[in-house]
Design a protein around this ligand. Sequence first.
Ligand SMILES: [Zn+2]
Ligand SMILES: [Zn+2]
Length: 312
Amino acid sequence: MRITVYGTRGGTPIARPGIRHYGGNTTCLRVHSTCLPVGTALLVDAGTGIVPASFDLLAEGIRRIVLLMTHYHHDHTLGFPLAPHTFDQAVPIDVHGPREHGIGPRQVFQALMSAPFFPVDYAVVAGHITCHDLDAVGTDALVIHPRDGVRRADPGELERRAGAGPDALQECLVVRTHRTVHSGCTVSYRFEERPTGKVAVLLTDHEDAEALPPDLRRHVSDADLLIQDAQYTRAQYRARTAGFGHGTGDHAARLLKECDVGRLGLTHHDPMANDPDVDAIVGEARTWLADNGAAARGGAVFACADYQVIEV
Ligand SMILES: [Zn+2]
Ligand SMILES: [Zn+2]
């Protein structure tokens, strides 16, 4: 499994000299796996990073896109109306995203692509886009098979097959969901590549609670790679951003230690943060680990950068 990071900025896309290393695109990631059908690309979120991602998919000749949405704040949707594939009727796009209060991915895209916000109405492009609502985040899961494609996991299927014996999911990428602590229904995705045993978790737009809930511990446990929201420094968080729905390096480091995570990539960088400010948050996470008896893992903490490729 491999992750290409196309967007790491939270809040708003930004461009200025001080962010040349980490970049200014908002959230979009691509998950590469041998479990995906040939010609299918798996993306998470449609922040402005989805525009360069779509350019890469065009060059590759991708024939189908599966897009998982964490939630619908602007920094996670802004690129969708301008991604070339949104207008390419030859490439089906399957979108899976949370639905709350009757608002799912379809309603969001209809609103984004309508006058006076956008010149092309969603109805013009909707023919090749299929939206699937996640109504039960935490229970809903997807199963992706290299020949059979993407389907919803049947209720109880993942638990039933977790034990010994023949495993019908052994060729699959299993994608589990968990609700984050954020405003509105926001999804963290856990990717389990069964043939290799590799696990990656994206936990963005999340603010840690004081106590680690058992279901979050289960969701993150034993991940080889955790990509987690660490928008704020410790001082910012204490002074004014607690309750904003975003995390710190300390929060992320705690999950790494308590959930036995292999490597930690920090993301959702603040639009005000220049490269050294992001490095400082990495430093805080490493310090937390050293102060809490996990110094050996300090080198496993980094901050994600736009266009970075991470082997899981
Ligand atoms: Zn965000
Ligand atoms: Zn958000």
